[in-house]
Design a protein around this ligand. Structure first.
Ligand SMILES: C[S@@+](CC[C@H](N)C(=O)[O-])C[C@H]1O[C@@H](n2cnc3c(N)ncnc32)[C@H](O)[C@@H]1O
Length: 312
């Protein structure tokens, strides 16, 4: 049964653009590789008809029941798995399917994860410094801060957070842990970063800990490695003429997607699609979202599939 958007805590970003970009037809096999609470999947499922197949993956077992509830009763065959998109090929083959017509990857964090203090993903809510989206990962953010060398911390903050003060913050982390005073919670660590970063106090447009939190989350979840691998796997399983849509939320992810599409697939648009002012006002998560769609080379063999002349 279809539901109203307002009922759900996580609003899917760029939903219309995703549905148009995917150019869905009845009977297709579609994979939502980051199904989350099923917001995009609900729109996708309602376009696939009874002969279609929708496969949803997510690394977070706590989120899958939300998707299951949201998608219940929709027409296509629906298969949900607790899995990383790094393994999307084995999941597909395990279902006896040799290929896929459409794949969506909506990167980043779900509001359902951000709003749970115990996940440690938000510096606005007091929780443990955890940040794992996949609970089977052994090293959480606190472990990383406690055990990494100073040089490694500089690399993480600089590379994954594009943090100008990486060296200074890493130095203070190492000093704090030597003195047994490394903060253990999100808000305490955010306050620690604010004290270390010079000039933090009112004039910054973003909270001084924003970049460091982003960096730690990317490092804990190995997000960039997973993305690169996920893109490769998606391309391997897409049928000729198939489409891959990816929504990214920061420049590191977007650069990987842009280069992959340019080098290995046919991008549908020259520039990424972004939310309009109405969506940005209604859903702040959409402000940094960028959608790119690409087509798998080769002619579509199935009349239900995307025609190559659609490419602009
Ligand atoms: C932005 S949310 C997706 C929201 C979803 N499109 C919706 O409308 O509800 C991103 C999701 O990707 C999941 N995720 C993160 N890394 C993943 C990976 N490597 N493989 C599969 N899912 C992943 C997160 O747990 C999170 O639920």
């Amino acid at each position: 049964m279809a539901s109203s958007a307002g009922e759900w805590p996580h609003q899917p970003v760029l939903l219309q653009q995703v549905l148009e970009g995917l150019d869905l037809r009845e009977g297709m096999v579609v994979m939502d590789a980051t199904v989350g609470a099923g917001g995009h999947s609900e729109g996708i499922a309602s376009r696939l008809g009874e002969k279609g197949v929708l496969i949803g993956l997510d690394v977070d077992p706590q989120i899958l029941p939300h998707a299951r509830r949201r998608l219940a009763g929709l027409p296509p065959r629906i298969e949900l798995f607790e899995s990383s998109y790094r393994h999307l090929d084995s999941i597909l083959h395990g279902l006896g399917l040799d290929g896929c017509d459409r794949i969506l990857m909506d990167l980043g964090v779900s509001s359902l994860q951000l709003d749970r203090a115990e996940r440690g993903l938000s510096f606005r809510l007091d929780g443990p410094l955890d940040m794992r989206m996949d609970p089977s990962i052994r090293t959480n953010a606190y472990d990383l801060l406690s055990r990494s060398s100073e040089q490694e911390l500089v690399r993480i903050f600089r590379e994954y957070g594009e943090e100008r003060h990486a060296r200074r913050i890493a130095g203070e982390v190492v000093r704090a842990r030597r003195q047994g005073g490394l903060p253990r919670t999100t808000t305490a660590f955010a306050a620690f970063v604010s004290r270390v970063v010079p000039g933090s106090g009112g004039r910054h447009r973003i909270h001084p800990a924003t970049r460091v939190f982003q960096a730690l989350r990317i490092a804990v979840n190995r997000e960039l490695e997973a993305l690169q691998e996920g893109l490769e796997k998606a391309r391997e399983v897409l049928r000729p003429g198939g489409r891959l849509a990816v929504i990214s939320f920061h420049s590191l992810e977007d650069r990987i997607v842009k280069n992959f599409f340019r080098d290995r697939m046919s991008p549908l648009h020259r520039k990424p699609l972004m939310a309009d002012e109405v969506e940005k006002a209604a859903n702040p998560r959409s402000r940094s979202a960028k959608l790119r769609v690409a087509v798998q080379e080769g002619m579509a063999s199935d009349p239900g599939m995307a025609a190559q002349e659609d490419i602009q």
